[in-house]
Write a protein that binds this ligand. Structure first.
Ligand code: HEC
Ligand code: HEC
Length: 349
């Protein structure tokens, strides 16, 4: 545990150092505070799926969403907020000690809390695509008995009777009315602005930095073995696939649970490979603690008898020790310390 703390501290120190030379996040040059809270589409990236068309982002809307994201009043026993399972220091995951998400009354879910960043580029949300967009997603954790276990009407009532939130809703929407639509829209303004695009990889692509030869060789391994599913620049195409993970004790059937279509059995949404230094453990149930374990699975753990196994995983793959080390060096260039330390996304005290 102590070693973990030291590693986290080190990550932070490196993060703080690397922050200084990064360009400021701004989309215009007027210097207005709203500029810092405008949705960003980094150069060369595709158009997002969720565009804020019916939910224009404002500083006050985002700030309301930020308060709500860290608000434990939104759970039955007022102990859990969205930020409890999605912690910024861990890339907005539940962190290394929680393979499965941990909700009210210490209840465990059956899945690992995914990292929250670049969410507006996802087609469907959740490991199984069970949420159709960023505005609807919070209804799941709010009402799930293993997560926050609070009926939305109770949530509205608690927030609506709080003087702090009356003020925040007035600033964001013009009057003090609290309803689910406003609550969900404000939350989507916060989660939708969690954009991670300042890793070393991004800087290399922008011509601000260069890869070492190990990183460059690792990039080649990545393109040959990983890039067809974990596609650049988001490092996922967010499609559903069966990567060949042996079925877990919960018999989690993945996308099949939503569509009931046999062709979706054991498919899970491909996650991004950005920020892996912060987001362990890995996979939909957090079964792998390290990237070493992930790569060992890749070369020798694939369950080839599963239905719908992705054809690329059905053939054996080998990765030499050298290739593995280079690949790990490349993957480390995808860690975005600026994002992890960005004060706009932290809890407001
Ligand atoms: C008890 C832990 C927990 C809490 C509290 C929680 N989440 Fe999550 N979150 C999860 C888990 C687990 C998943 C994956 C669910 C699944 O795939 O079945 C998830 C998925 C998500 C996703 C989808 C990410 C993706 O990659 O598809 C978003 C967005 C999200 N949560 C936002 C929120 C918001 C906003 C709140 C507060 C209203 C919240 N979460 C509260 C555990 C939690
Ligand atoms: C056939 C498509 C495909 C290929 C090729 C592929 N992956 Fe994946 N990857 C997935 C899918 C799908 C998941 C989600 C699996 C799950 O949890 O059920 C995943 C999950 C991961 C995760 C877990 C991330 C997290 O947030 O939990 C890591 C790490 C990862 N892959 C790394 C790699 C690396 C490194 C390579 C190349 C050596 C690779 N993958 C090749 C499809 C692929």
């Amino acid at each position: 545990m102590r070693i973990k703390k030291i590693i986290i501290l080190l990550i932070f120190c490196v993060g703080l150092l690397s922050c200084k030379k990064d360009p400021e996040i701004k989309t215009s040059v007027t210097g207005e505070i709203e500029d810092l809270y405008a949705p960003v589409i980094p150069k060369g990236w595709p158009q997002p799926v969720y565009t804020f068309q019916n939910n224009p982002v404002t500083y006050n809307g985002f700030t309301l969403g930020r308060h709500l994201f860290y608000e434990p009043l939104l759970s039955e026993d007022t102990t859990i907020s969205c930020g409890s399972c999605h912690m910024q220091i861990f890339g907005f995951t539940n962190g290394p000690s929680h393979a499965l998400s941990h909700g009210v009354h210490n209840l465990l879910g059956t899945r690992n809390a995914p990292a929250l960043y670049n969410l507006t580029w996802h087609g469907l949300l959740r490991w199984d695509g069970g949420a159709i967009n960023l505005e609807n997603q919070p209804l799941n954790p709010l009402q799930d008995k293993h997560e926050m276990n609070l009926p939305i009407l109770t949530a509205i009532n608690r927030i609506g009777t709080s003087a702090k939130y009356k003020d925040l809703f007035k600033k964001a929407f013009g009057d003090t009315m609290v309803d689910s639509q406003r609550l969900l829209k404000a939350m989507a303004q916060f989660t939708g602005l969690l954009v991670s695009y300042n890793s070393k990889f991004d800087k290399v692509k922008r011509g601000e930095d260069g890869f070492t030869s190990a990183e460059n060789d690792g990039y080649t391994v990545f393109k040959n073995k990983c890039g067809m599913c974990h596609t650049e620049p988001l490092f996922s195409d967010y499609k559903f696939r069966n990567k060949g993970l042996p079925v877990n004790m919960y018999q989690d059937s993945g996308r099949y649970g939503i569509t009931q279509s046999m062709s979706d059995l054991y498919k899970f949404k491909t996650p991004s490979l950005r920020n892996l230094a912060f987001t362990a453990p890995y996979m939909h149930d957090g079964r792998f603690k390290t990237l070493d374990e992930v790569l060992t699975f890749f070369t020798s753990g694939v369950s080839t008898s599963l239905p719908n196994l992705d054809p690329f995983m059905a053939v054996p793959h080998s990765i030499s020790t050298q290739e593995k080390n280079n690949l790990l060096s490349f993957l480390a260039t995808l860690n975005d310390y600026k994002f992890i330390n960005d004060s706009r996304f932290s809890e407001i005290h």
